[in-house]
Design a binder for this molecule. Structure first.
Ligand code: BTN
Length: 241
C-alpha cells in the first residue's frame, strides 16, 4: 500500500491501542514522517473520556500520526466527513450519519468513532470502525452496530483502509488550505443531531436546546431557552424525545 501522505504504515496483529503506540512512536525523535499504525485487535482500545473501545478481531482500528504537527480542533469533524464519504460510496444501500463531534452512525446506532489527541510531539487521529463484527456484546447491543450486521457481508479491512487513507489524503490538502468551512455544509447535511432536541453534558453543566447547525469553527450551535449558544466541547449528548 503506497500513500504519499503516510509513507510508513505499520500493521500489528494485536496490541493495546493504536493511539497509545502512535504516541510512543512520536516520543521517538527519529520518526520524522507521518505514519499509520493499524491493528487487527486491541486489548485496551481507547474511546473518548477514558472509555474503553470494544476492539475484537473483525474491526478496523488505525491511527493517523503526524509528528510535530498540531491542527485546529475541527480536524476530528473533517475526519468524520472523510469516513462518512467513504462508507456512503461503498455501501450505497445504507445511510450513514455523523454525530458531532466524533461518531459515525448507521441505522440509529454507533458504527465508528474518532479519537484525536495532541501533545508537544505531534497529533494522532485514531479511528475505529465496526466492520466484520458478527455479534455486539449485550451491554452495547442497543447502541452499537457493525457493517456486517447491517449488510450481511464481510469487507476486506485492508481495502477499506486503503480507500480511507487515499480519501483522507485527497481532502486533507483542502482542509489545510480552506479549513473546515469547506466541509461544514457536507457535515450539516449528514448530521445525526440536526434539528433534534438534545441535552448536552459538559462537566457539571447541562444545556438543553435544539441543534441548529455545526459552525465553520466546528462548534455545535444550539437554540436554547435563553438564546443561541455555541458549544465547543461536550462529555455526552443525549437526544431528548
Ligand atoms: C470514541 O467514539 O469514543 C472514539 C473511539 C476511537 C477508537 C479508535 S480504535 C483505533 C484508535 N486506537 C484507540 O485506542 N482508539 C482509537
Amino acid at each position: 500500500m503506497k500513500i504519499e501522505l503516510f509513507p510508513v504504515i505499520k500493521f500489528y496483529k494485536k496490541i493495546e491501542s493504536t493511539n497509545a503506540l502512535a504516541h510512543q512512536y512520536l516520543e521517538d525523535t527519529t520518526f520524522q514522517s507521518n505514519f499509520v499504525i493499524c491493528a487487527g485487535e486491541q486489548t485496551n482500545g481507547k474511546g473518548r473520556l477514558e472509555r474503553n473501545w470494544y476492539s475484537p478481531v473483525g474491526g478496523l482500528y488505525f491511527t493517523l500520526s503526524f509528528p510535530d504537527q498540531i491542527f485546529p480542533p475541527p480536524i476530528t469533524l473533517f475526519t468524520g466527513v472523510v469516513i462518512h464519504k467513504v462508507l456512503s460510496s461503498i455501501f450505497q444501500e445504507l445511510t450513514f450519519s455523523i454525530k458531532w463531534p466524533n461518531d459515525i452512525f448507521s441505522n440509529g446506532k454507533k458504527l465508528g468513532g474518532i479519537l484525536t489527541s495532541s501533545n508537544k510531539n505531534g497529533t494522532v487521529i485514531g479511528i475505529g470502525i465496526d466492520c466484520n463484527i458478527e455479534k455486539i456484546p449485550d451491554h452495547l447491543k442497543e447502541i452499537a452496530t457493525s457493517l456486517l450486521i447491517e449488510t450481511g457481508q464481510k469487507i476486506s479491512l485492508k481495502k477499506l483502509l486503503k480507500i480511507i487513507l487515499k480519501s483522507f489524503e485527497r481532502d486533507f490538502y483542502l482542509f489545510n488550505e480552506k479549513g473546515f468551512s469547506h466541509f461544514v455544509e457536507y457535515f450539516n447535511n449528514h448530521h445525526y443531531l440536526a434539528y433534534k432536541r438534545v441535552l448536552v453534558y459538559s462537566g457539571e453543566n447541562q444545556i438543553e436546546g435544539i441543534v441548529k447547525a455545526v459552525t465553520e469553527d466546528g462548534a455545535l450551535k444550539l437554540e436554547t431557552a435563553t438564546g443561541l449558544q455555541n458549544i465547543l466541547s461536550a462529555d455526552k449528548i443525549d437526544i431528548v424525545e
